[in-house]
Write a protein that binds this ligand. Structure first.
Ligand code: ADP
Ligand code: TYD
Length: 201
């Protein structure tokens, strides 16, 4: 099983993937927890470049770098894990590219989807949890962190568009993408996620 988590920065993905991972471990189910971009030596290097404020990165280069990082992760980590029956839990996957580079940056959505298809080579999540949160609450949560990376400092207008992107994806693929309100408590959100996994598994 391949499960991905999506949502704007600060919506609580990293928190939820960790507790979901612990849930599976408590059931003696083998898991692999990864975050995007990252998860391989090369993809972590690309992550550093993408989040650093030292480079001027054009929107197309940004799209290509996220996609290169993803392709490396899919081919060397995600696909082998799925083939070995391991539950893969991913903090972000290709919907982030449609939402951030497509809707957020304003790149042509069909072209973004084509690049996504090339990068994932047929490996798609079985379930995607979209943790939906208004920008002001996400900002309050993200402000607890030390500093904002290159993408996090893109501003509210950018994040409004990213949310519109996620909402559109969820409407287009209701079978795969489950919208979860990320306003509630950490344990309540976790229980909604587990209930849903139990229902479909
Ligand atoms: P993301 O990975 O989506 O950026 P995090 O999981 O890192 O988000 O959460 C951002 C901040 O909000 C962290 O300080 C975390 O402890 C806090 N947080 C996460 N989930 C909740 C929640 N449901 N209610 C309140 N605060 C939360
Ligand atoms: P990260 O700190 O992992 O995200 P979060 O703040 O949600 O924990 O940083 C990854 C950043 O990269 C985040 O701002 C979203 C962005 N991103 C894209 O723009 N496109 C993508 O395809 C992916 C995977 C991430």
């Amino acid at each position: 099983m391949f499960i991905s988590f999506e949502g704007i920065d600060g919506c609580g993905k990293s928190t939820q993937v960790k507790i979901l991972n612990e849930y599976f471990i408590s059931k003696n189910i083998k898991t692999l927890l990864i975050r995007e971009p990252g998860g391989t030596l090369l993809s972590e290097k690309i992550r550093e470049i993408l989040l650093s404020k030292s480079f001027e990165i054009t929107d197309i280069s940004e799209l290509m770098l996220f996609s290169a990082a993803r392709n490396n992760l899919v081919a060397t980590v995600i696909e082998p894990a799925i083939n070995n029956g391991i539950v893969v839990i991913c903090d972000r996957f290709y919907d982030s590219t449609v939402a951030y580079q497509g809707y957020g940056r304003g790149l042509d959505i069909q072209k973004v989807k084509l690049i996504n298809d090339i990068a994932i080579n047929g490996i798609k999540p079985d379930i995607t949890f979209y943790l939906k949160l208004p920008i002001d609450i996400a900002n309050q949560r993200a402000n607890k962190r030390k500093s904002r990376d290159r993408i996090e400092q893109s501003g509210n207008q950018f994040f409004e568009k990213v949310i519109e992107g996620y909402d559109t994806i969820a409407n287009e693929e209701p079978e795969r993408v489950k919208i979860i309100s990320a306003i509630g408590s950490i344990s309540h959100i976790h229980s909604l996620i587990v209930d849903y996994i139990k229902k479909i598994h």
